[in-house]
Design a protein around this ligand. Structure first.
Ligand code: BV8
Length: 230
């Protein structure tokens, strides 16, 4: 591969073939609520049980044994392992399938489904059998202070400085399995183009920001990603 600094962005589409529903594929609906109505601090303040149910249901699905990384996750982990240059994987997904496939240099810009965060200290805890979000917080010993460690609409995504710095310096930007509907992630391709990088969209179909990419390969991620990294 003739590149030396790669940034990859993934969205829900890379986990679709592992059995995790995408947002727009399911009309972005859950119990007749739009994602933008459930995944917000206001929704959590107004109806914490509804929001907890939303995340508990997705956590239960993610932890079921049949949900495993697919060939696209594995191809990215192999690329990172053998690529001699700089490699950064930024995911919008809150599942742990990239880690399970072996990816290491990874940023979860929208947080992680399997973690809870103390609203007081900001400390994060892995959600396990004996620690769920409704439990007493291990650090402040109070109940009601834990929340999903997830970035909601209107909240600042994580590690944005590190992401923008990598985008400003990359010579290859690859976007995989994202509809390009959610910002600031949907704007990353413009940053890469300004850096003079080659930009590639690997997706089932052209995304909302498809016109900004120099190259497109459409098809299921398990095929187009494995072919691209070959
Ligand atoms: C913020 C965690 C302020 C929760 C999520 C302009 C600039 C800045 C902000 C905004 C802006 N305009 C609007 C905003 C506000 C808002 C926003 O973008 N709203 C949208 C609805 C218009 N953004 C925010 O609020 C963000 N924060 O702006 O803070 C700020 C910003 C910068 C600086 C200072 C302050 C926070 C957004 C994060 C919200 N949290 N997730 C949870 O998951 O429950 S977003 C959530 O939805 C996901 O993380 C993901 O990002 C998004 C879903 O998008 P996709 O991953 O693309 O999934 P989708 O289903 O849409 O598409 C799947 C794609 O895969 C499809 O294209 C499909 O064709 C394809 N596909 C399907 N199967 C396959 C496949 N591809 C390949 N193979 C297959 N088999």
């Amino acid at each position: 591969m003739k590149y030396s600094r790669i940034v990859i962005l993934t969205g829900a589409g890379i986990s679709a073939e592992s059995g995790i529903r995408t947002f727009r594929g399911a009309d972005g609906l859950w119990e007749n609520h739009r994602l933008e109505e459930v995944a917000t601090p206001e929704a959590f303040a107004k109806n914490p049980q509804l929001v907890q149910r939303f995340y508990n249901e997705r956590r239960r699905q993610l932890l079921s044994p049949e949900i495993t990384p697919n060939a696209a996750h594995r191809a990215l982990a192999q690329l990172e392992k053998h690529f001699p240059g700089d490699f950064l994987l930024v995911t919008q997904n809150i599942d742990d399938l990239h880690e399970c496939a072996g990816s290491r240099n990874l940023i979860h810009m929208h947080g992680e489904l399997l973690k809870a965060r103390c609203a007081i200290s900001g400390q994060c805890f892995s959600i396990r059998e004996d620690l769920h979000v409704e439990a007493v917080c291990p650090c402040c010993k109070r109940s009601g202070t834990l929340r999903p460690h997830v970035v909601w609409f209107g909240e600042m995504p994580l590690e944005m400085e590190r992401i923008y710095s990598a985008l400003a310096d990359c010579d290859l930007f690859v976007s995989i399995g994202t509809s390009g509907n959610v910002y600031p992630a949907a704007g990353f391709v413009e940053c890469a183009n300004r850096a003079g990088a080659h930009s590639v969209e690997l997706n089932l179909e052209r995304s909302s920001v498809g016109d900004a990419f120099a190259e497109h390969r459409h098809g299921p991620a398990s095929q187009v990603v494995t072919e691209f990294v070959r």
